[in-house]
Design a protein around this ligand. Sequence first.
Ligand SMILES: *[C@@H]1O[C@H](CO)[C@@H](O)[C@H](O)[C@H]1NC(C)=O
Ligand SMILES: *[C@@H]1O[C@H](CO)[C@@H](O)[C@H](O)[C@H]1NC(C)=O
Ligand SMILES: *[C@@H]1O[C@H](CO)[C@@H](O)[C@H](O)[C@H]1NC(C)=O
Length: 237
Amino acid sequence: MYFKIITLHLLVGALTITAIDLDVTGEWKTDLGWEVICTWETWRNDTLQSVRLYNNGQQFMIYRPEKHGQSRTEIFRTPEKIMNVDCAITTDKGQKGRCILILEPYQPPLYDFTYTCEVSGERPMFRMGKKDFHVRVLVPPSNAELTVITSNDPSSPRVTLNCSSSGLPAPSLQWTVGDNKVQADFARRGWNGTSKLWQSWSSFTYTRSDPTQIVACTPEASSNSEIIRGKKAVLHI
Ligand SMILES: *[C@@H]1O[C@H](CO)[C@@H](O)[C@H](O)[C@H]1NC(C)=O
Ligand SMILES: *[C@@H]1O[C@H](CO)[C@@H](O)[C@H](O)[C@H]1NC(C)=O
Ligand SMILES: *[C@@H]1O[C@H](CO)[C@@H](O)[C@H](O)[C@H]1NC(C)=O
């Protein structure tokens, strides 16, 4: 039984090696959004027929050099996002080329998505390559930034701190004094349309007593039931 499964995998692997070579990579770009790049390379004696792009299994663009020429660029707008696609071939018959997708969110994205690139060669071989890329809605929380909000009375033992971090989904900010978790006085978050990230901030007021005590603020985000922490900020008061 196990043997059969292994053989099947090996077979699939062998078949994809003889098909079109395809690679899809993606990353979050500061102040821009996600950039996903599909690159391909067919056999030298093959000719590119088409490149199809899919979002969650739905085709949203096709590029055919025969019809569109050396490149095709398209912009797709929805109320939530703008998708900019630029496909181009770098060899005569399209044996090599790439499609760059830039996905700029206008509103906080909620769901992960799968981007698929499918490259097909011309007859008589009709070779094909297809690859998925999972885009996770996650930009880990930035390092916490702690500031002391100056009080009107410098001799007062009361200190108010402000902590902030940005990310996607919105980071929550956890305060600790020494080893103890403490409750923030209040927390806010706002969507920043320039960075396309949530900016969270939280303030905490406490009374100085033990000078050896350390106050820390740790940004945390939860994604697919995983907790991702940003670098905490600490203050010795
Ligand atoms: C195309 O090239 C590959 C090697 O890159 C070769 O194995 C294959 O036989 C060639 N096919 C034709 C139809 O020339
Ligand atoms: C705390 O920091 C955030 C982000 O830098 C800022 O928007 C907010 O006004 C600050 N809050 C206070 C009370 O200063
Ligand atoms: C929004 O993000 C931009 C770019 O990252 C940054 O310069 C700006 O200060 C942020 N605005 C707020 C209100 O945090």
